[in-house]
Design a binder for this molecule. Structure first.
Ligand SMILES: [Zn+2]
Ligand SMILES: [Zn+2]
Ligand SMILES: [Zn+2]
Length: 158
């Protein structure tokens, strides 16, 4: 499987994600306004997380709005509709790279050198976490799984 850490034709990723967003908007009757669309395009430029402030600066430079709520609301919209994810550890946002099954948030792999973020299917991990927590009499309702480390390219450079 191709990962975000390998060299690849990223325009294919971005085009596929944008097509998925357009389909989703039609299916759910969502309004993909110019600002929302542009924010998604910015997030899709690379496999990494973007801070809200960085997104805001880009929007301002392009004349799409310079009030913080403009960027925050667009990012919130994308997260709520599964088109982007919030990376807690970086307090930043990354475009979703694939459709996930209902409520199945992926695990995130974050390279601490190049800041590349990749998604990992976390169904098995989550089941194991729930089972282990269940043994302790705890019912997991949500869990954020973010792993920080080095990608192969950065590890090779070190
Ligand atoms: Zn890509
Ligand atoms: Zn995703
Ligand atoms: Zn890296």
């Amino acid at each position: 499987m191709k990962t975000a850490f390998e060299r690849h034709d990223h325009s294919a990723c971005a085009d596929a994600a944008m097509a998925r967003a357009t389909d989703l908007a039609v299916a759910r009757g969502l309004r993909l306004t110019p600002v929302r669309r542009r924010v998604l395009e910015i997030l899709l430029e690379r496999h990494r997380a973007f801070g809200a402030y960085e997104v805001l600066e880009r929007l301002a430079a392009e004349g799409l709005g310079k009030q913080p709520p403009v960027a925050y609301r667009a990012l919130e919209f994308l997260v709520e509709n599964g088109l982007a994810h919030r990376i807690q550890r970086l307090n930043a946002f990354t475009a979703c790279q694939s459709a996930h099954a209902d409520g199945q948030a992926p695990a995130f792999l974050i390279c601490r050198e190049c800041q590349t973020v990749d998604e990992l299917d976390a169904a098995t991990l989550r089941a194991e976490l729930s089972a282990a927590a269940g043994q302790a009499g705890f019912a997991v309702e949500r869990a954020t799984i973010e792993a920080l480390g080095l990608c192969a390219a950065c590890a090779g450079r070190a």
